[in-house]
Ligand binder design. Structure first.
Ligand SMILES: CC(C)(COP(=O)([O-])OP(=O)([O-])OC[C@H]1O[C@@H](n2cnc3c(N)ncnc32)[C@H](O)[C@@H]1OP(=O)([O-])[O-])[C@@H](O)C(=O)NCCC(=O)NCCSC(=O)C[C@@](C)(O)CC(=O)[O-]
Length: 311
């Protein structure tokens, strides 16, 4: 599939990558152990020192649906907001939007999917109802000057409905862009994509908007996330969502495991001469911190390796 060496093709298409750290939201939402608010704040404050420019800090969703996010308002209010860093949050409806306004959140993320069943399980609405929610949120966000990022989930396959057509992903991406999202993050929610299916999906999506409009959000269920990121960079994508120590998963997507581990993504990119602006050692420390608090092992190969050797 690739005719050039990895370093050649990345450097040719992309010289720097903006990482969107989703650990405090996607990373924690699937964890059964509910962490104290102070730990979440400390985690985000540590991430703020690594050079990251985008941190998804929480989601303003119902605690009945995602218990870990029950202290969302306190987390957003409690973190030290560093100039130059965007702290965003998922907002599923107008109640969540009110929380965003109360906490002076400057960027929110809204969700969409081409799967009716996933939308019902995740947001308790149909795709059509979701579109109406999106319209209300977008209108309110414009009035408050809040930036909106769009997620399209299940871009390769849905745990309930199976394979999703790339044309469907393109359609929902276009709808979210027309509604006013400044960027669309394409989620392989259950991590089943391979470089071929990812490239096929991206080629279709890139027909509806320029490459700068898209970010990628790949889960690592089948160990394909890094390869899929490379395949995406080959097509010019330069915004990558990742979760420190590979934490994450969607409670309403059966079989979904963690995101691409930020430490591993950064290690790979720096090794290929692609800039991220991130201090890998500080990132590794933040990953170790949160894993110790959760009482679990890091899913990042780089993080585990640095217990024994320096990279
Ligand atoms: C959308 C709802 C709220 C609908 O849930 P619902 O039960 O239909 O809501 P409702 O409007 O009927 O209200 C029921 C109760 O929830 C409350 N409520 C209502 N809204 C809120 C809110 N915003 N914040 C706090 N509370 C809320 C509301 O006030 C009421 O409280 P009660 O009167 O019973 O005490 C629910 O389905 C929900 O919270 N879903 C979120 C699920 C979620 O967070 N999933 C994970 C994120 S998506 C993901 O992980 C994928 C992604 C983005 O990472 C990309 C990828 O990997 O592909």
């Amino acid at each position: 599939m690739f005719s050039r060496t990895v370093t050649q093709f990345i450097k040719r298409n992309v010289s720097s990558v903006r990482i969107v750290e989703v650990g405090p939201r996607d990373g924690l939402q699937n964890e059964a152990k509910i962490l104290p608010t102070t730990t979440k704040i400390e985690f985000i404050n540590r991430l703020s020192k690594t050079g990251l420019k985008n941190i998804e800090a929480t989601s303003f969703v119902s605690a009945k649906w995602i218990p870990q996010m029950g202290d969302n308002v306190d987390v957003m209010k409690g973190i030290e907001k560093v100039d130059g860093i965007t702290y965003s949050a998922i907002v599923p409806n107008m109640k969540g939007f009110e929380d965003a306004v109360e906490t002076k959140t400057t960027e929110i993320a809204i969700g969409g999917s081409a799967s009716e069943t996933f939308t019902k399980k995740n947001f308790n609405c149909t795709i059509a109802e979701g579109v109406e929610r999106v319209k209300s949120i977008m209108k309110a966000a414009k009035e408050k000057n809040i930036k909106v990022r769009g997620y399209v989930s299940t871009v390769i396959s849905c745990p309930y409905e199976g394979k999703i057509k790339p044309s469907e992903v393109a359609k929902i991406s276009e709808m979210l862009l027309k509604a006013g999202c400044y960027e669309i993050s394409l989620g392989d929610t259950i991590g089943v994509g391979t470089p071929n299916s990812i490239s096929e999906m991206l080629k279709e999506v890139l027909k509806v908007a320029p490459v700068e409009t898209f970010a990628i959000h790949y889960h690592d269920t089948y160990g394909q996330a890094l390869s899929n990121i490379l395949a995406s960079l080959d097509l010019g994508i330069s915004v990558v969502d990742a979760s420190v120590s590979g934490l994450g998963g969607c409670p309403y997507a059966r079989g979904a495991s963690g995101n691409a581990a930020t430490e591993d993504v950064v290690y790979m990119l720096h090794g290929c001469g692609v800039k991220t602006g991130i201090d890998l050692e500080l990132l590794i420390d933040a990953g170790k911190f949160i894993c110790e608090e959760l009482g679990r092992q890091s899913e990042s190969k780089v993080n585990r390796a640095t217990r024994k050797i320096k990279p």
